[in-house]
Ligand binder design. Structure first.
Ligand SMILES: [Zn+2]
Length: 320
C-alpha cells in the first residue's frame, strides 16, 4: 500500500518521540569507510541544550544560526605530496568546507524541498542534533579513500581522514567529472558521519552508509559510476541504499530520511520494529516495492495510458 504522506510519518515520529522522552541522547561515535581501520570509539558527551520534545512540534526557521557552531580545521600532513597542491587548488578550505556542513545539516535536520534553495526550511523544535563541536579534515597518504572518526581527546571532535593517494588517482578521472567534484562528494559523505545519529552504535552499517550517500545524492555530488539499480539487499550500503532512501523520500514523503535519522537518535536499532513504526511496513517489503518500481517504465510508472502504450508497442513488435 502506498502511504505518500509525510503526515503519517510525522505522527509516527511524534509517537516514537514520546516513548523515548526519558532516553538519554548521546553523540555516539561513528566511523567508516573504505579500508583504513579507525581507532576504537570513545564514549561521548550528551549534546548541549536540546529542545524539549512536545506533542505538537512548532516548526522554526532554520537560519544557519539554528545549527550548532562547529569549528572547522584543515591539517595537511604532507606538503610535498603532489595531491596536496591538487586539493588546495580544487577546494576552498574556508568556504567549501563551511558550505558542505550547511548542505549536510539542512538535509539531515530540516524538512525541505532541497531542490529549491529559496524554500524556507522548517525544523521541528524536537529536532535533536549531535553535539559535534569540531571537524578536522586531515589529508594524508593512506590506503583507501576516506574515513571519519572521533578524535582521541573527545568524540565530539571529529576527524575526516582523506587519502592523498586516492586524490592522485581521481585527478585523472573521467571527462566531465573533476577532482573538485570528487573532493566535494567525498567530504560531503564523510561530513554526514560527523553529524548523523547511529542508534547508540547499534545501527545497521548499510543504513549509515546509505544515509551518507543519500545526502551526497540529494546535494547533487553524483559520481559517474553510480547507478540507480537494486543491489543484493537494501542494506548493501552506499549509493545502493542511498537510491533506496531517495525512493522512500519521494514515495513516503519529504522528510522521511529526517525521520529515520531522528529515530536513530532515540533508540537502539531493531530492524523489525524500526521500519514498521516509521512506515507501517517492513524494510523488506519496502525494498521489494522499490525493486519492482525500477522495472517499470521511467517517468510515469503508474500511468495507465503509458502502460497501455507499452503494451501496444510490445504487441506491434510481436507481430512485426
Ligand atoms: Zn561512509
Amino acid at each position: 500500500m502506498h502511504l505518500p504522506k509525510s503526515e503519517t510519518i510525522n505522527s509516527k515520529y511524534i509517537s516514537l518521540n514520546i516513548h523515548s522522552m526519558s532516553a538519554t541522547s548521546s553523540a555516539t561515535p561513528y566511523f567508516q569507510t573504505m579500508s583504513a581501520v579507525p581507532p576504537e570509539p570513545t564514549p561521548s558527551q550528551a549534546p548541549p541544550s536540546l529542545a524539549t520534545p512536545t506533542r505538537e512540534p512548532e516548526p522554526t526557521s532554520t537560519k544557519p544560526s539554528d545549527f550548532p557552531k562547529v569549528k572547522l580545521r584543515l591539517e595537511l600532513r604532507d606538503l610535498s605530496h603532489k595531491s596536496t597542491d591538487l586539493f588546495l587548488k580544487n577546494f576552498n578550505s574556508a568556504k567549501d568546507f563551511a558550505d558542505l556542513v550547511d548542505v549536510v545539516l539542512k538535509r539531515l535536520y530540516t524538512f525541505a524541498n532541497h531542490d529549491d534553495p529559496t524554500t524556507s526550511l522548517p525544523m521541528p523544535s524536537t529536532t535533536k542534533i549531535p553535539g559535534t563541536r569540531s571537524v578536522t579534515l586531515i589529508l594524508r597518504d593512506m590506503d583507501g579513500v576516506a574515513y571519519t572518526t572521533g578524535s582521541d581527546i573527545d568524540n565530539d571532535h571529529k576527524e575526516i581522514h582523506l587519502s592523498l593517494s586516492y586524490l592522485n588517482h581521481v585527478a585523472s578521472a573521467k571527462a566531465g567529472y573533476t577532482a573538485r567534484d570528487e573532493i566535494l562528494g567525498v567530504v560531503c559523505h564523510e561530513l554526514v558521519h560527523c553529524f548523523q545519529w547511529n542508534a547508540k552504535n547499534t545501527c545497521n552499517g548499510g543504513l549509515i552508509e546509505g544515509i551518507a550517500d543519500w545526502v551526497r545524492l540529494n546535494a547533487g555530488f553524483v559520481p559517474p559510476h553510480w547507478k540507480k539499480e537494486a543491489g543484493k539487499s537494501w542494506d548493501t550500503g552506499y549509493q545502493n541504499t542511498g537510491y533506496f532512501l531517495d525512493w522512500i523520500e519521494k514515495t513516503r514523503g519529504t522528510g522521511s530520511v529526517y525521520v529515520i535519522n531522528q529515530a536513530l537518535c532515540h533508540q537502539k536499532y531493531h530492524e523489525v520494529t524500526f521500519w514498521k513504526d516509521l512506515f507501517g511496513q517492513s524494510v523488506d517489503d519496502l525494498w521489494t516495492e522499490y525493486t519492482e518500481s525500477l522495472k517499470k517504465p521511467k517517468d510515469s510508472p503508474d500511468d495507465p495510458s503509458l502502460k497501455m502504450q507499452v503494451r501496444i508497442k510490445k504487441e506491434v513488435e510481436g507481430h512485426s
